[in-house]
Design a binder for this molecule. Structure first.
Ligand code: NAI
Length: 333
């Protein structure tokens, strides 16, 4: 049995984490979830958003899965997600975005995977107040940070037989920061003779993705652009309820859905647990538990074909608990 840290999170986090845990346990995977609390609920009970026992558990288990955490907007609160990514140097954020049969959207057969640098850029948390009327945010891009994410994207392309990586920047305007990221991507690309590096500017990429999403597969980009493109791509395949993610460092990994705590539907048994369950599938694959990962993925695809077993965000009628029960039944078939 391997112990995995489980942070249920805030808002819909509680409902979807429970669903995910039940589904993973139903596969018989040799995993024991160790639950710890971070976020708003932890703040209300302990006065801390990220208590020390959470960090201790992740450091010990080395693998965690978390629900979304509400970050209060404004002064004094640093995003827990950003803190965790920095604390454990989880520099690779992988976000696969795929069409699902039965989920009707304007496009079919979309298969994107975003490789987002996860520790630098405007998310490095380096903001300063110059005066009441002037605030600065510092964009940090390093050779080391750019190189390791570019390498992950190219290695993934090589492993999966892809022939192209699309790097997305705004290097025509931010010549130093985005210029460095692009230069490093070109250097890394030169080591992979059979993989083309396609260069697209972020504004054009938004239009291209809406008009011709089928032209893209592996997308390599910085922290902020990656965050925005993830939501854009999510919209192409049926929304945020479907998109999983992995934050991976050299020896620690934290898996989480792309979406947030969805306060508008929290506590209503309406949330779609697919994104977190697919994040668990990525976790099982990372742990070499391929059989259990395939079991869940296959059952999920069946569920998404039928409106009676889909949740409302993807035009279905199932509640979170009905979805979970049906998925577990499908697993057993
Ligand atoms: P959100 O992703 O929570 O919600 C955006 C829209 O998508 C809402 O209409 C919501 O109902 C819907 N949605 C999201 N996930 C869904 C699901 N699984 N099933 C059905 N519908 C779903 O984004 P929002 O409202 O901007 O953020 C709410 C809070 O979440 C904020 O405090 C934000 O900081 C936090 N957040 C946390 C993240 C994390 O912990 N990784 C990531 C993004 C936001």
């Amino acid at each position: 049995m391997q112990s995995v840290t489980l942070i249920p999170g805030d808002g819909i986090g509680l409902e979807i984490s429970k669903s995910m845990q039940q589904v993973v346990e139903a596969t018989g995977a040799p995993i024991k979830f160790e639950e710890v609390v971070a976020g708003q609920i932890a703040y209300e009970t302990t006065g801390e958003l990220l208590p020390a026992n959470v960090l201790e558990s992740i450091s010990r288990n080395k693998i965690a899965i978390k629900g979304p955490i509400t970050t209060p907007i404004g002064k004094g609160f640093r995003s827990i997600n950003v803190q965790l990514r920095k604390e454990y140097d989880l520099y690779t954020n992988m976000r696969p975005v795929q069409s699902h049969e039965g989920v009707e959207t304007r496009y079919d057969n979309i298969d994107h995977i975003i490789f987002r640098e996860n520790t630098e850029d405007l998310y490095a948390g380096m903001e300063e107040k110059i005066s009441d009327d002037e605030m600065h945010s510092i964009k940090v891009i390093t050779r080391q940070g750019s190189e390791r994410i570019a390498r992950k994207a190219f290695e993934y392309a090589e492993k999966t037989g892809a022939d192209k990586v699309t790097v997305v920047t705004k290097a025509n305007i931010m010549k130093l920061t985005d210029g460095l990221f692009l230069d490093v991507a070109r250097e890394v690309a030169s080591e992979f003779a059979n993989i083309e590096l396609e260069e697209v500017l972020i504004d054009n990429m938004c239009m291209q993705l809406v008009m011709y999403p089928e032209r893209y597969h592996i997308i390599l980009t910085q922290n902020l652009y990656g965050d925005i493109l993830s939501d854009l791509c999510a919209g192409l395949v049926g929304g945020l309820g479907l998109i999983p993610g992995a934050n991976i460092g050299d020896d620690i990994a934290i898996f989480e859905a792309v979406h947030g705590s969805a306060p508008d539907i929290a506590g209503q048994n309406k949330a779609n647990p697919t994104a977190l369950i697919l994040s668990a599938v990525m976790m099982l694959e990372y742990m070499d538990l391929q059989k259990e990962a395939d079991m869940i993925r296959d059952a999920l695809e069946e569920m998404l074909k039928n409106p009676a077993t889909r949740t409302a965000d993807v035009n279905g009628t199932a509640s979170t608990t009905e979805f979970t029960e049906a998925l577990i039944k499908n697993l057993k078939k």
